[in-house]
Design a protein around this ligand. Structure first.
Ligand code: GNR
Ligand code: NI
Length: 168
């Protein structure tokens, strides 16, 4: 396992549209392991392969709180089948260090994906899990939180990331 470097906005690789995985083999499982390690180290509640410069349709999520056992969810070639309702959640993104914004998304999302053994599964996500699934799925399409805020907030986000980076 290895820690991977997380790309920071405005790295152009964050805008790449990821390609589907054609076979869930040891190479993909190694990628998933590295992503999980990188997510837990950050720490974050999710990480998309796009964020470590790998343009494959893979993301990991763990929304368990500190006092709960970890619960790693692996999504390979995810598809959001349907969504329902709306919710607004204060989101952060590891590619936008030090920034958080209220983002409106669906309250529920039904998602289908392959797990780390290449087996298909379906999940009905609500609340924070639904937010995380939508946030990570956006990364696979090169879409970012900053695309979902007003022009004013967008300018502030860009400047804040630049400032935080300059002092990092
Ligand atoms: O760590 C993260 N926290 C978070 C909080 C609210 C909504 C979404 C997220 S995802 C983010 C990690 C990340 O950047 N994933 O792409
Ligand atoms: Ni993110």
């Amino acid at each position: 396992m290895a820690l991977r470097e997380i790309l920071i906005y405005p790295d152009p690789r964050l805008r790449e549209v990821a390609r589907p995985v054609d076979q869930v083999d040891d190479e993909i499982r190694n990628l998933v392991d590295d992503m999980a390690e990188t997510m837990y180290a950050a720490p974050g509640v999710g990480l998309a392969a796009t964020q470590i410069g790998v343009a494959k349709r893979v993301f990991v999520i763990d929304i368990a709180s500190e006092d709960e056992p970890s619960n790693l969810l692996v999504f390979i070639n995810p598809e959001i089948l349907e969504t329902e309702g709306t919710q607004t959640h204060r989101e952060g993104c590891l590619s936008f260090p030090g920034v958080s914004e209220d983002i409106k998304r669906a309250e529920r999302a039904r998602v289908r994906a392959l797990d780390r053994n290449g087996r298909p599964f379906e999940l009905e996500a609500t609340g924070l899990l639904a937010v995380a699934v939508q946030h990570e799925n956006d990364h696979l399409d090169g879409e970012l939180m900053i695309d979902r805020v007003s022009p004013l907030r967008r300018r502030m986000m860009g400047r804040k990331v630049a400032r935080n980076r300059a002092s990092a």
